[in-house]
Design a protein around this ligand. Structure first.
Ligand code: FES
Length: 151
């Protein structure tokens, strides 16, 4: 049974198979990940085999086949951030959130991922929470940051 959110997304692109990446981006934004049953709907509606869609979803790092938290923490481990202590920031976030990089908390409140350069090297080390950029984050600033997004 198709759900209306995905049908609305497909409608936006007139179920055009050439728009598959944009469709997956919109699905990811709407559901915060790519649920398998939704991908099955996409596959059926635009006539692209599910296996092909799954390999696209795995190939592009921006997509996730696992649920993400309402607050998605991304710690930049690019060179500029790395040399300014990003690894320590990541470890502190793992302790504060109680999850490891790549995981989502059981209540789906938080997810934590390491990423490569998010394009604001002047603010290193950088943590993004959703679309919000937080620069010059130190281990001591992590608790305050987590509190700001507390459940
Ligand atoms: S290396 Fe972190 S923003 Fe560029």
């Amino acid at each position: 049974m198709s759900n209306s959110k995905v049908m609305e997304i497909l409608g936006r692109y007139e179920s055009d198979p050439g728009a598959i990446i944009s469709i997956l981006q919109d699905v990811q934004e709407a559901y915060r990940y790519l649920p398998r049953d939704v991908l099955a709907d996409v596959s059926r509606e635009i006539n692209i085999p599910l296996s092909r869609i799954l390999s696209l979803a795995t190939f592009y790092k921006a997509f996730s086949l696992k649920p993400k938290g309402r607050h998605a923490f991304h710690v930049c481990l690019g060179t500029a951030c790395h040399v300014r202590g990003a690894q320590l920031v990541l470890e502190k976030l793992e302790r504060e959130l109680g999850i490891s990089a790549g995981e989502t908390s059981e209540d789906l409140a938080y997810s934590l991922d390491a990423v490569r350069c998010v394009g604001c090297c002047g603010l290193a080390p950088v943590v993004m929470v959703g679309e919000e950029v937080h620069g010059k984050i130190t281990q001591t600033k992590v608790s305050g940051l987590v509190k700001k997004y507390s459940r």
